[in-house]
Write a protein that binds this ligand. Structure first.
Ligand SMILES: [Mg+2]
Ligand SMILES: [Zn+2]
Length: 205
């Protein structure tokens, strides 16, 4: 029997996890202010909150949304095995990114998935974020993804980066890429590495 037999839940991050490259970083590198971007990433979680960093970074993007959307449609690649994992486990895609930039990629791939993410207000004087919920997480105090984890257990979480930290600590089993794995090691939390979603499907079956 699968580790994820109902009511188990699989939750997967989008940027840098389902996508090979982080699409928010791709947008910032292509359309944003590179100096602000590198300064912000260094201050994330130390001198600035996730919310502040996201808002300051996105405000440096002034490109027309249609152009940015087409850039993502042309450039974003999905990690191998996601289509099969989606068909088998119906994961929740839980992203600190945007419905506006994720849905077009899912549509391009002909995929339908449950998605929880924020929304964009791409103004010409700098993009803004419509946060799905502005109530901070009681554990980390930031606008983190733990707040949206489903109730079912066991909960399996798959992620790569800063925005996955708090949510991953609440999961029963974590599959992580190296950046998140290093943090989990520091916290003494167990995790399993993966390269493709086939690895995860095999580990869960
Ligand atoms: Mg990510
Ligand atoms: Zn949190």
């Amino acid at each position: 029997m699968s580790f994820l037999a109902p009511p188990g839940q699989l939750v997967v991050d989008w940027d840098g996890t389902i996508t090979v490259h982080d699409s928010q970083w791709m947008l910032l590198e292509r359309y944003g202010d590179g100096e602000v971007f590198s300064a912000m990433e260094g201050s994330l979680g130390t001198t600035r909150s996730y919310r502040e960093v996201m808002e300051l970074e996105l405000a440096t993007i002034k490109a027309p949304f249609a152009e940015a959307r087409q850039f993502l449609l042309d450039e974003v690649e999905l990690r191998a095995g996601f289509r099969e994992l989606l068909a088998r486990y119906r994961p929740l895609i839980l992203s600190g990114g945007f419905v506006d930039t994720i849905e077009p990629i899912l549509a391009r791939e002909g995929l339908e998935a449950e998605l929880v993410a924020n929304r964009l207000d791409p103004r010409p004087d700098g993009w803004r974020i419509h946060w799905r919920d502005e109530t901070p997480c009681p554990v980390c105090g930031d606008l983190c993804k733990r707040r949206y984890l489903p109730e079912g257990r066991p909960l399996v979480y798959v992620g790569d980066g800063y925005s996955d930290r708090c949510a991953a600590l609440a999961a029963d089993r974590v599959f992580a890429l190296p950046r998140l794995g290093e943090y989990l090691d520091e916290q003494g939390a167990p995790w399993e590495p993966f390269a493709t979603f086939d690895d995860i499907a095999a580990a869960l079956s």
